[in-house]
Design a protein. Structure first.
Lengths: 489, 688
């Protein structure tokens, strides 16, 4: 922090500040003025304010002058800003899809906590200091635990939150433990200084233990095997918008910090000494990646709950992205970010559809989707696009995300025949994944509905879903559209 | 030409608007007929206005002597350092076609509201029509061979959908399939050509400020590359692309689908299988003309163009011959279309882009007119299509008769007043002046004579004599006859744009200055040739009238006059020279054998392998299961017993037991740490 004065710190954290101000404003409006109003009015007011707040923060990021600094605890490079804008837009989309959600009697608090979680995500993305990373991650995690438990009348929600919290607490403890070892080994909490210090010393068993513990903490956030066990239960139990948030913005932020940590502990130079230095971290990442890809895709095959199915598929997607992180080149870093952002966008859409189906049929089982194409063709169409994009079918954006990611992995100088094997396995696994996505689509398009009457959807939700669909299709048709924003190698 | 003009920057709107209209119509329900028709007509109307503004823009650039071509390109995607670009181009060729397609299309859309008024799938029909219009316009403005190919395939798809529009008729379903598969044969060669071109030049843009694939730099590299059989790469690629064009434009030997395509509703035949889509092949050849003619010097031509000329001439004669002996009113016109497309190809190959394209434009108008007239006749005779069951319709359908006669005279090449005379005469003249061979010329003039003959035969049987059918023919509603009248005006008037004295069209396409100069007629050999062609037309008309008009047939079942004269020749012509039978006996039989073999292999060989693999996996599963149960039965602690009662490992994973979760997470952590340490030790970095 030594190179920052308070004025520039304020400038750097202006988006976060805007979010905080809006979250307080929402509480004020909700508890102060709208206490007597109808539930739906309060939800609408809170969501509208929340959307305005996130968009304002995003606009602030786009417009304000940015400066980069490598030694500071918070950085603001183009990539970080791109991730932050993406997170803010994703939050706005989640809030847009929450308008009709009925799980909470305290809408103001709900949106406030969502904004707090978003603040955590923004900080996590920008943080380059172990302590700040930890604090930001905890802000994010604690908000998400609260959100998961928000459906107070649902036992499932409480159970999911408790599991999430226990798991999160344990992995946070492990990560903090790992951080203290890192500090002890290098004498600094700043990632850049840690990198410089590690480059001069050899590998010790202590360092490896520290790295494994850090991997446990971050692996929990991205739901990588073997730290994934919370994911299916939480995805299933949490209210749908919260699941969407956990699966989207939180993932983007976690992958961003994972990229940052990897750059610090694996020296970027391709010298032989450097590559052996980072070998253990890379091995950790690759092991987690391979296990995630394998287990995620196979376990998803047998799911009957669409939420659990998407949870396992999320584990598999995390595995693909971990491959990109293990490759550790600037190109693969941006490819991972691109993947995380577009995956998050698609997943929010999918959970939006699930929320609607769940609200009308009361279940997220595969059979609840039967004949959706006849009950609401447009809704079915959006789900078709989302699932095909998740499966990586061209010309949707999911194809380009996978393509860029795997191409970046194959191009990385550190990639050997092993890397090739991993990519081949990932490709084969994504072919497998098509099976379970098609299982859902088969229910939607082929099977007859048990209930013939049309499924009503509010215009706002439908408009949001169509917007996301249009984005998924358009980004797939014009893959160069994001190029100025996220420069892909 | 200034590329920053609004219309050039936004040229993509012309295809996009009908496509969006198609998408919107697809969302409408079956009874919303008016809305769907309004959307389709409105969308194409806006496209027509935009096309006219694009046309005037090119026109003003031409009259001010500026450069008349402008292209707008943008990056579609990047892979590594390769930027793959798409774009659109506006030049006289595209501008003329845009106006023609939107204008003829609009008239046919309007006509269809009358013709299809009683069809229950009215909305679907307009959805397909709009989609077709959008894709066709996309073909016209594409500045990239791949983009052109994509639109080309959408055009093929809509053609399939519309031929099979009445899919409950088995013949329509079969015809749709035939059209799709036959054109696909050409398209495969086309795609090969595209891939080859991309591999040689690294771009598929037509024009890109000198770096495009058909600009001189790329052509020079293509000419220096040698393919097999002594051909240059330019020739080979040109021939492959021409194969695609031949498929779409019904050239020999891929013409077989076009006559069958008449199973579709008549407006479809008019729009897609006469005026626009089948002309897309001709347009494609015109678009890649620099590639086709690369390396040609004055007095010689290229292999690619020679092939185009011969195929075109043979097709022209073949179509005219077969049309003589057909009895279905639309089928006669279909073979006539095949024949006229052959003329256009010869015009392109021997005379250049302008001559082929001029015939394309005039033909589009008078052939659309003829088809719509035929539709009106069919409509009026209650779905009767056999000309032997018609006759005398000039009294009951006067407007249709008048406009049809205009179209017939234009198609026959009746001198001076009709546009077909000028455009066809230019082609015949170019073929006569072709330095390679006089063969195509001879084929063409025989074709011209036959054209006049079969059209006279048709008109005499349909409109003259006495009515031989059983229905009560009536004139069609105004919404159908007004488009006929408008098209008739153009079938006459367009000729003025292409006379030797005032070759407006040629000058416009080639962007040369234009002046009115009657000396154009005094070129050596021109007037005698015109006189000769005129004479042939009159002979054809006279023969037709003598055989069919003077003594009207009264019995619909009486054999044809030609059949009486020469039964063998007639049966060959009526059997369309037995191309379909030839294909059935050769290619299709081979294909069936191959399919049988593939089926056999699939069932026996591959199926066996798959079963073996699956059996081995099942065995592995059993093995796993037994190991698991042994392992569980053996038991490490009491918890395991509980697991067995709850149903095995999978259930355990999903049972949601938090302590178990946390325990397995710790196990995972230890495994990872052990792995990392072991690898670190094996690499010699860590001393344990």
């Amino acid at each position: 922090m030594n190179s920052l004065n308070y004025a520039s710190l304020f400038q750097l954290t202006l988006p976060e500040t805007i979010l905080e101000v809006f979250s307080l404003l929402i509480l004020l409006v909700d508890l102060g003025f709208l206490r007597k109003s109808a539930q739906s009015t309060r939800m609408t007011a809170a969501c509208v304010l929340g959307v305005i707040g996130s968009l304002a923060a995003a606009i602030c990021l786009v417009c304000c002058p940015q400066f980069t600094s490598n030694t500071a605890a918070l950085v603001s490079s183009p990539i970080v800003v791109a991730a932050q804008i993406g997170i803010l837009l994703l939050t706005a989309l989640v809030l847009l899809l929450s308008f009709k959600a009925r799980f909470s009697r305290n809408p103001g608090e709900f949106v406030t906590v969502v904004l707090l979680a978003t603040t955590g995500m923004l900080l996590v993305t920008a943080a380059r200091d172990l302590l700040l990373i930890f604090i930001a991650l905890e802000l994010l995690s604690l908000s998400l635990y609260i959100l998961t438990a928000f459906s107070k009348s649902s036992a499932q929600s409480a159970e999911a939150a408790l599991k999430y919290c226990l798991f999160g607490g344990m992995s946070a403890a492990l990560m903090l433990f790992g951080f203290t070892y890192l500090y002890g080994l290098t004498g600094s909490t700043n990632l850049a200084e840690i990198a410089a210090s590690l480059a001069t010393q050899g590998v010790t068993p202590l360092l490896i233990v520290a790295l494994v513990m850090v991997a446990a903490g971050l692996g929990f956030k991205v739901a990588a095997v073997p730290f994934h066990l919370w994911a299916p239960d939480t995805y299933q139990g949490a209210p749908a918008p919260v699941t969407a948030l956990i699966a989207s913005g939180s993932k983007v932020a976690s992958f961003a910090v994972l990229v940052a940590v990897t750059t610090a502990v694996v020296p970027a130079a391709a010298s032989s000494q450097a590559s052996s230095q980072g070998a253990s971290w890379t091995v950790l990442l690759l092991t987690m990646a391979a296990a995630s890809i394998l287990l995620g895709n196979l376990a998803a095959l047998v799911q009957t709950s669409v939420r659990r199915l998407l949870a396992y598929s999320a584990i598999a997607h995390a595995g693909y992205m971990l491959l990109g992180i293990a490759a550790n080149t600037p190109q693969s870093g941006t490819a991972v970010l691109y993947y995380a952002l577009t995956y998050a966008l698609t997943t929010i859409g999918a959970f939006g559809v699930i929320a609607i189906v769940e609200r009308t049929t009361g279940s997220d089982n595969l059979d609840a989707f039967a004949g959706l194409s006849r009950r609401n063709p447009l809704l079915a169409g959006t789900m078709l696009v989302f699932l095909l994009s998740l499966a990586g079918i061209p010309p949707l954006v999911g194809f380009w995300a996978k393509f860029n990611l795997f191409a970046a992995v194959l191009r990385a100088p550190s990639t050997t025949v092993w890397g090739l094997g991993f990519v081949a396995a990932a490709l084969a696994a994504s072919a497998v994944s098509l099976y379970y996505y098609l299982q859902v689509l088969k229910r939607i398009y082929v099977l007859k509905p048990t209930n013939e009457e049309p499924l009503e959807v509010s215009p706002l939700e439908l408009a949001t879903l169509v917007l996301i669909t249009a984005a998924v299709v358009a980004l797939g048709l014009f893959p160069a559209a994001l190029a100025s924003w996220i420069p892909l190698g | 030409m200034n590329a920053n003009v609004w219309i050039v920057q936004n040229l993509w709107l012309i295809p996009a608007i009908p496509m969006v209209a198609a998408g919107l119509i697809a969302l409408l329900k079956q009874p919303q007929r008016k809305a769907s028709a309004s959307l389709a007509i409105g969308g194409l109307g806006i496209s027509l206005l935009l096309a006219i503004s694009a046309f005037t823009h090119v026109l003003s650039a031409w009259s001010s002597g500026a450069f008349t071509r402008s292209a707008v390109n943008f990056t579609w995607f990047e892979i590594g350092t390769t930027h793959f670009q798409l774009g659109w181009v506006l030049d006289p060729l595209a501008a003329v076609m845009l106006v023609m397609v939107t204008f003829v299309g609009l008239l046919i859309f309007i006509y269809s509201t009358g013709y299809m008024a009683h069809d229950e799938n009215f909305t679907r029909f307009f959805c397909f029509l709009s989609l077709f219009a959008g894709a066709m316009l996309g073909v016209l403005i594409a500045n990239n061979l791949l983009l052109l190919f994509m639109c080309w395939e959408i055009v093929g798809l809509t053609s399939y959908l519309l031929i099979g529009f009445w899919y409950h008729k088995p013949s329509a379903a079969a015809a749709a399939k035939k059209a799709f598969l036959t054109t696909r044969v050409g398209d495969i060669f086309f795609l090969l050509g595209i891939v080859w071109l991309f591999s040689q030049t690294g771009t598929l843009l037509f024009y890109d400020n000198g770096a495009g694939a058909i600009e001189p730099a790329a052509l020079a590299t293509l000419l220096s590359q040698h393919a097999a059989l002594g051909l240059t790469a330019a020739t080979a690629i040109g021939l492959l692309i021409f194969a695609g064009a031949a498929g779409k434009s019904g050239q020999l030997p891929l013409h077989v689908w076009l006559p069958d395509a008449m199973e579709g509703p008549t407006p479809v035949s008019a729009l897609i299988h006469a005026a626009t889509m089948v002309a897309a092949g001709v347009y494609l050849v015109a678009r890649v003309y620099p590639l086709m003619s690369a390396g040609a010097t004055p007095g010689s031509t290229t292999v690619a163009l020679t092939v185009v000329a011969w195929i075109g001439a043979l097709t022209a004669l073949f179509g005219a011959l077969v049309a003589v002996a057909q009895n279905d009113i639309k089928r006669i016109l279909a073979y006539s279309t095949v024949s006229q497309l052959g003329y256009m190809m010869v015009g392109l190959a021997t005379g250049g882009v302008a001559i082929g394209m001029f015939h394309l434009i005039t033909h589009a108008f008078f052939k659309a007119l003829l088809f719509l007239g035929a539709g009106s006749v069919i409509h009026g005779c209650h779905e009767e299509q056999d000309i032997r069951h018609m006759g005398g319709l000039r009294k009951s359908m006067p407007v249709t008769f008048l406009t049809y006669s205009v179209g017939m005279l234009a198609l026959s090449g009746f001198p001076i007043v009709f546009s077909g005379f000028w455009s066809k005469d230019a082609i015949v003249g170019a073929a006569f002046a072709w330095p390679i061979s006089k063969g195509p010329f001879v084929l063409l003039i025989i074709g011209a004579l036959l054209t006049a003959f079969y059209m006279t035969r048709q008109v005499a049987q349909v409109f003259f004599g006495s009515y031989r059918g059983h229905a009560h023919p009536h004139e069609s509603p105004r919404v159908m006859t007004v488009p006929l009248a408008i098209l008739a005006v153009f079938a006459v008037g367009l000729g003025i744009l292409g006379t030797p004295a005032w070759p407006w069209f040629t000058s416009f396409i080639e962007s040369k200055p234009l002046a009115l100069d009657f000396a154009g007629f005094s070129e050596p050999g021109l007037l005698p040739l015109m006189a000769f062609a005129t004479l042939l037309v009159f002979i054809g008309l006279g023969l037709g009238w003598m055989l069919y008009g003077r003594k009207p047939v009264n019995d619909p079942h009486a054999p044809d006059v030609l059949q009486q004269a020469s039964p063998v020749v007639y049966s060959w012509l009526a059997g369309r020279l037995f191309w379909d039978e030839l294909y059935a006996a050769t290619i299709l039989r081979w294909y069936a054998a191959l399919a049988w073999l593939a089926d056999f292999l699939d069932r026996r060989l591959w199926g066996g392998i798959v079963s073996a693999v699956s059996a081995s996996f099942t065995g592995l599963g059993w093995f796993n299961k037994s190991v698991d149960s042994q392992w569980i039965d053996g038991g490490f602690d009491k918890g395991c017993e509980e697991l067995v009662t709850t149903g095995g490992v999978l259930a355990w994973l999903q049972a949601g037991r938090t302590p178990g979760y946390l325990r397995s997470m710790l196990v995972g952590l230890l495994v990872l740490a052990g792995l990392a340490l072991a690898i670190g030790a094996s690499l010699g970095q860590v001393r344990l």
